[in-house]
Design a protein around this ligand. Sequence first.
Ligand SMILES: Nc1ncnc2c1ncn2[C@@H]1O[C@H](COP(=O)(O)OP(=O)(O)OP(=O)(O)O)[C@@H](O)[C@H]1O
Length: 340
Amino acid sequence: MNIRLDTVVKTFETFRAVHGVSLDIKSGELVALLGPSGSGKTTILRMVAGLEFADGGQIHFGEENATDIPVRDRGVGFVFQHYALFPHMTVAENIAFGMKVSKVKRSTADIDKRVDELLALVQLAGLGERFPGQISGGQRQRVALARALAVDPRVLLLDEPFGALDANVRRDLRRWLRSIHDELGITTLFVTHDQEEALDLADRVVILDKGKIVQQGTPEEVCRQPANAFVMRFLGDTNALKATVAAGKAKVDAMVYAADGLHDGPAELLFRPTDVEWSNDPSKGVGATILRVLDRPGSKRVLSRTTDGTVIEFDVAPEFSATMGQSGFIEILRPRLFQD
Ligand SMILES: Nc1ncnc2c1ncn2[C@@H]1O[C@H](COP(=O)(O)OP(=O)(O)OP(=O)(O)O)[C@@H](O)[C@H]1O
C-alpha cells in the first residue's frame, strides 16, 4: 500500500520539529529517512504510525485519509531500537501475542502454524521456547520483526532497529532485512542516522535536516548528485576548499574549475578523499605538503596541508611512496562547487 504525506507539520509547544514535509512512498517500496539527531525522523515515523498526530497537513494510506485514524486501526507493524520483547514470555509467545489480542480471531493451531512460519522466516526455527534473555541482541531484533509481521501489517515502520547492535551484526541484519523485504514486499519506512545503513538497504533515501527534506532519491542519486553541501558532508568524508567564482570559473589557489550556473562571489569546493590523485605537476592541482600517512588495510590515508593552511585528507593505494614533508599537488577528480 502506498503512503502519502502532504505538507505535514508537527510542533512541540513552540518548537517546530517537522516543517511541511511531503513524501510519497510507493507500494512495496523500502524508504529510509536519514538525518542527523534531532532532524525529525522519529517524529515523522510516529505520525505515520499514529503514535503522534500532525498539527498540519495530511497522511494518506492508499486512498484513505489516515491523518486522524488511531494507531490500532492503521495496520502498521513496528520495530524500535528499544521496543523490548516481553521478558516473561517465550520467543514463540512474544510472536503470537499480537495475533492473540487481535480483533481477527484465529485458532490456536492456526497461531502455532503462523509462529513456526515466522520463526523460519527470521531464521530462528527451533528457538521458540527460549526466553528473550536467552538469545542475542541481534536475535531479539529478529524476533521483534517476526512479532511486527505476525499481524500482517499493511506498512512496516522501523526506527533504528539495529541501533544498539555492534557493527558486524548490524551489517548482517540489514542485508537480511533487505532479503526479507524482497520476499514479502511490504511497504517499509526505516529511520536511521547511519548513512551506510540507509544506502545499503533502501530503494530511496530521504535526507532530512532541521525538520525539512533536503534531498530524496535513489542511493546512487544522493551519492553522485548531492543537492547541497549539507548532503555531501552528511553522506561521507568530505574535504572543503575556499573558492572564488567569477564569470563562470572558480579559482582555488592557482587552479581554475568550471563553475557553470554559479554567481560571482565566494563558493566552497567539496570533494571526497577517494577522489584525489597526488601529482608532481603544478598544472594538475592545488599545492600541498604531506603531514602524515596512515595505513589502512586496503589503502593509505594521507593528511596534507595546502598552502593556505587547509588540511586535506585523501586515500591512495598501499604502494604510495611519498612521505611526511614532501610537497606536491592535489588533483581533484570530482570537484563539486556549492554556494549558500
Ligand atoms: N515529545 C516531544 N516534546 C518536545 N520536543 C520533542 C518531542 N519529541 C521530539 N521533540 C524534538 O523534536 C526534534 C525532532 O526529534 P526527533 O526525535 O524526531 O528527531 P530524530 O531525527 O529522530 O533524532 P534522533 O536520531 O536523535 O532520534 C528534536 O529537536 C526533539 O528534541
